[in-house]
Design a protein around this ligand. Structure first.
Ligand code: GCU
Length: 686
């Protein structure tokens, strides 16, 4: 008995000590907020803290758009109106609906409680009172454990936000930012609160060369914005420095993480003014003399160092190896091709387009009701299956010609608002998507008269072209149980579009109007990148055409001229897979370059085209890439563009199985381009 007691006392003592250590490192944070606190603390923050050796328990009392007035009234009336969300020590979030504030206040021994104003009112000081005062009083009385009271300073909207509340601030981001600064400073000083300067951190980041790319709908934060906000909370809560924190969410480049951490830390040290921490310069290089010295990865050497001496080694070893690298590190793995969509003929007619064509509109419906609409024109009255050009369109099937019978494609919400993507065409969002607005890109008469069919669908049918965390496209219908985001080696939007092209081809195999063994896949720009990947991943495509596909398409990444891997990952984080992010500003580490993507298409005919004024896409990089890819064609006895010299603007090269031209003019796909593609296709598909 005595022995037992002797043992027991030190054990108890140790247990108390261990408990105290755990207590000391655990911080319990309760936010009384709205969707802006969801953005700031429900992702990243727990993980960031864990990386620094802290355990954060994070509570968020959420009501969408909730103002201080409503919070104060709810507090006093006991209304059970909140969604109470709590991230526990294990990082898992639980949600309890219909909860009154009093419940949450008692649920944990909170160390920290935060308040915030709803975003429309955040810069209107008069809207804070008397509500903030009443809320602070209520909370202080209800949470004796809390020793820190914070004010979550929210952020100004994206400059081009289309939010009606933005007019309170003259639809001017800087005005809104200043107003939030004044109002938050006043509140913080009046009540002796600590500020969490997210508004300034976001503004700091916007002042870097990453610019105003932190919102997903103009006011809520996208993945980057949420990381910045969490980093700001972390600095305030830990009284420390987030710079160098190793937690890195998917879909942010190392450059973005650095800028975000700097932005947050600078805001922590200077909460009410924008800081320049030296990431403002725009580093786009257009100067040939400043292209870095580089050596292209050896295409004809396998990973194990053995040489590729013949076609057999290429086909059985090197090509699969390269393909797997592109798949894992760049485009991401698409689901198995077992998908059998249902095909429904929506409409068909003969002798349309002035008697030149027959038309068909076919809906392919995938699982969970996701559908894509094919628009198909074939030469009128064709007796036999015809060869065809298949390409995705940017702005809806109805935009490719003025044929009134083409169904108006329902554009995705983002495109309806912004045109191509946020920031573009703000004044005339609908103009690019008007019926026939893209007709110059699809010279149907020419193509049909040459004996080809044309097949197209809208990119947004497969995956809307913006960064929404892959919620709105085809990705979601393939998630495994419990999955909410593609794995780092799983498909981004480009691979999804390429997948869509293959599904269109599946359908064409069943359609007797088209000879599916003679289909040329083509695309302009981002859709050219997708066409190249479709050509690489699906050998049924008989011919592949890349029109001004640029960075991530035909252009060599290592030249880093015009658009770079860093820039493309920043501007279009949804295009490539998560793994590709690590090559931003790090091109030398790429285990391949884009000539090897082109080589995956060998020995099928390949056309690479550039435009002389399209410096952003690096025409020379596209040309050199095609030349370097010729080695793979060489294995089949084709010369490709081996030894070719880059043509002058307006010139074209048509060689054995490969062709290149440098159209005069800007980034676009024009009749000039098409005439060349038709002539090229005539050699192989007729
Ligand atoms: C942007 C982007 C390019 C892309 C182009 C397009 O300019 O940076 O990579 O090719 O859009 O698709 O038009």
């Amino acid at each position: 008995m005595k022995i037992k007691r002797i043992l027991f006392i030190p054990l108890l003592f140790l247990a108390v000590l261990a408990g105290a250590a755990q207590e000391r490192d655990t911080l319990r944070i309760l936010s009384i907020g709205n969707s802006f606190s969801v953005d700031a603390i429900e992702q990243n923050l727990h993980e960031m803290a864990a990386d620094a050796g802290y355990v954060y328990i994070i509570g968020n009392m959420y009501i969408g758009g909730c103002s201080l007035e409503r919070h104060a009234n709810h507090a006093e009336s006991g209304a059970a109106d909140y969604s109470y969300r709590k991230i526990g020590t294990d990082g898992i979030r639980m949600v309890r609906e219909k909860t009154p504030l009093s419940y949450a206040l008692k649920d944990e021994r909170w160390d920290v409680v935060s308040f915030q104003q709803s975003s429309p009112l955040s810069g209107i000081s008069a809207s804070y009172e008397p509500w903030l005062g009443r809320l602070v009083r209520y909370v202080k009385a209800g949470v004796p454990s809390a020793s820190r009271f914070l004010f979550h300073q929210t952020w100004a909207y994206a400059q081009d936000a289309l939010n009606p509340n933005y007019s309170h601030y003259g639809c001017d981001q800087k005005l809104m930012y200043r107003a939030i600064m004044d109002a938050s400073k006043q509140a913080v000083e009046h009540y002796g609160l600590e500020v969490i300067p997210c508004g300034t951190a976001i503004q700091n980041y916007r002042a870097t060369w990453y610019r105003d790319n932190v919102n997903r709908d103009g006011y809520h934060l996208n993945l980057t914005g949420r990381y910045i906000a969490a980093a700001t909370w972390f600095c305030t809560l830990s009284g420390g420095d987030v710079r160098g924190n190793a937690y890195m969410p998917l879909y942010l480049t190392p450059g973005q993480v650095k800028a975000a951490q700097e932005a947050a830390f600078a805001a922590y040290t200077s909460p009410y003014a924008v800081t320049d921490f030296g990431m403002r310069s725009n580093t786009v290089n257009y100067d040939e003399a400043r292209v870095p010295k580089f050596t292209l990865p050896a295409m004809m050497r396998c990973g194990d160092g053995s040489p590729v001496r013949n076609r057999r080694v290429w086909e059985t070893k090197r090509r699969p190896e390269l393909y797997a690298l592109f798949e894992r590190e760049m485009f991401g793995r698409a689901p198995e091709a077992s998908e059998k969509p249902e095909a429904e003929l929506l409409e068909s007619a003969e002798g349309v387009l002035g008697g030149l064509a027959d038309r068909k509109q076919v809906r392919l419906t995938f699982r969970k009701g996701r559908a894509m609409d094919l628009l198909i024109y074939t030469p009128a009255g064709a007796k036999k299956p015809v060869p065809a050009f298949l390409g995705i369109n940017f702005h809806g099937n109805h935009s490719i010609c003025s044929d009134e019978a083409v169904r108006m494609t329902e554009l995705d919400a983002q495109q309806r608002r912004y045109g191509v993507y946020p920031g573009m065409d703000r004044d005339k969002p609908e103009s690019r998507a008007a019926r026939g607005a893209q007709a110059s890109r699809w010279p149907l008469e020419r193509i049909l008269a040459a004996g080809y069919g044309v097949v197209t669908f809208y990119r947004g049918d497969i995956d809307p072209d913006f960064d929404d965390g892959f919620r709105n496209g085809v990705h979601g219908i393939f998630y495994k149980e419990g999955q909410h985001y593609p794995e780092p080696d799983e498909w981004g939007a480009l691979a999804a579009w390429a997948w869509g092209l293959s599904r269109a081809l599946d359908y064409l195999e069943t359609d007797s109007c088209i000879d599916a063994s003679r289909v040329a896949v083509l695309g302009h720009s981002r859709l050219g990148k997708a066409a190249l990947w479709a050509g690489a991943s699906d050998s049924r495509f008989a011919l592949v055409i890349s029109n001004d596909s640029g960075c991530g398409g035909a252009a060599l990444s290592r030249r880093a001229l015009g658009e770079t891997v860093e820039i493309i990952n920043r501007s279009f984080p949804h295009w490539f897979c998560g793994n590709f992010k690590k090559y931003g500003g790090n091109e030398d580490k790429l285990p391949f370059d884009q000539h090897e993507l082109l080589a995956l298409i060998a020995p099928r005919p390949l056309y690479v085209a550039s435009a002389s004024l399209d410096r952003w896409a690096d025409p020379k990089g596209e040309f050199l890439s095609a030349v370097a890819a010729s080695e793979a064609y060489g294995l089949y006895g084709f010369r490709g563009l081996k030894g070719a010299r880059m043509p002058e603007p307006g010139g074209s090269l048509l060689s054995d199985r490969m062709a290149y031209h440098l159209r005069e003019g800007k980034h676009d796909i024009t009749e000039f381009d098409w005439l060349h593609y038709i002539a090229f296709a005539d050699q192989f598909l007729k």
